[in-house]
Design a protein around this ligand. Structure first.
Ligand code: SF4
Length: 320
């Protein structure tokens, strides 16, 4: 499958079948914590990166493999910012006609200031935009957006969409030690959250390999401080372990490559997901996939991870 991945277990979305409409890693942000590595194409151009009919056909085919109730959500996410796909609205609308499975869109929310992007997301059942900062300075430092994307535009879009959208509106904050977990940053963030008034705020932690190696997970005290500052709508949602579905792939190596392209996995993640495979066999396969340039190995937070061979992580890059 080229566009469909998973299903991925998630605390927020249950068993979620992923739809990835954007090439790796095409985004209008270049977040310091991005688990996919650095943005290779920083662009604000909305266009059909892949043919919409191909995406719709593949999702329809994938859905036929599951019984009713086996998939809780169809979720747009993956290798870049999904709202950059110019036909996203048409894809969502056609999938709504084709299935009763609810549709979620994980987006950075930066293009919601555009009426056409708000209209595209309107038929979705849940939209999960990101808000990592409550000020222009931290927005630029953490999310590193394309030049025309200001913090004022981000806020205007989030507030406008919130007023119009009838579905679930859940904001995601990625909390980073020393950046947005300070008292001042949390106070600004809390002000911004109050202005947007989301249904929920999900606090996430950068536990997978970040694009910038100096990004650190905040301690428990900071996480608690963030929960207190952001109010009763806030809760911590650490990413759940990703599992690999071998069915639908030619072999185990292909299944691993497909999954780590969207979700870098540690050896522990891989062993947990593939418990029927002997650890020695898995190690030999990872060695082979790495040596043949199909995946890449990297070390973050003293842990070994495997990611897409095309991903770019900076070992010496800093957040300042
Ligand atoms: S985390 Fe999301 S928004 Fe940020 S750079 Fe990565 S893909 Fe883009």
């Amino acid at each position: 499958m080229k566009y469909v991945f998973g299903p991925i277990p998630s605390r927020r979305l249950g068993r979620s079948l992923g739809i990835d409409p954007i090439p790796l890693k095409t985004c209008n942000w270049n977040c310091v914590y991005c688990q996919l590595g650095r943005t290779s194409e920083l662009t604000n151009e909305r266009r059909d990166y892949f043919p919409p009919d191909e995406i719709i056909a593949e999702v329809r085919t994938a859905l036929q493999s599951y019984d009713v109730g086996e998939i809780d959500w169809l979720t747009f996410a993956g290798s870049g910012e999904p709202t950059l796909h110019a036909s996203l609205g048409r894809i969502i609308a056609e999938l709504k006609e084709a299935t009763n499975v609810p549709i979620a869109v994980i987006t950075n929310g930066s293009l919601l200031y555009l009426p056409e992007v708000r209209a595209a997301l309107m038929p979705a059942d849940a939209v999960l935009p990101t808000l990592d900062a409550g000020s222009e300075r931290l927005y630029q430092r953490i999310d590193r957006p394309a030049p025309e994307l200001t913090f004022a535009r981000l806020m205007d879009g989030l507030i406008a969409f919130r007023k119009e959208f009838q579905g679930h509106f859940w904001l995601e904050v990625v909390l980073i030690q020393g950046l947005n977990d300070t008292a001042e940053a949390l106070s600004d963030l809390a002000d911004a959250v109050r202005r947007i008034a989301p249904d929920q705020v999900h606090i996430n932690l950068p536990i997978r390999p970040p694009a910038v190696s100096s990004v650190e997970v905040p301690d428990d005290e900071s996480v608690q401080r963030a929960c207190d500052a952001l109010g009763r709508v806030a809760e911590v949602v650490c990413p759940t372990a990703v599992s690999i579905q071998v069915a639908g792939h030619h072999d185990l190596g292909e299944a691993i490559c497909e999954m780590v392209r969207r979700h870098p996995m540690s050896r522990e993640d891989l062993c947990g997901s593939l418990c029927e495979v002997e650890p020695e066999v898995l190690d030999r396969l990872l060695q082979h996939l790495t040596a043949s340039g199909q995946v890449r190995e990297l070390v973050r937070h003293d842990k070994r991870f495997w990611a897409s061979a095309d991903s770019r992580y900076a070992g010496v890059e800093t957040t300042t």
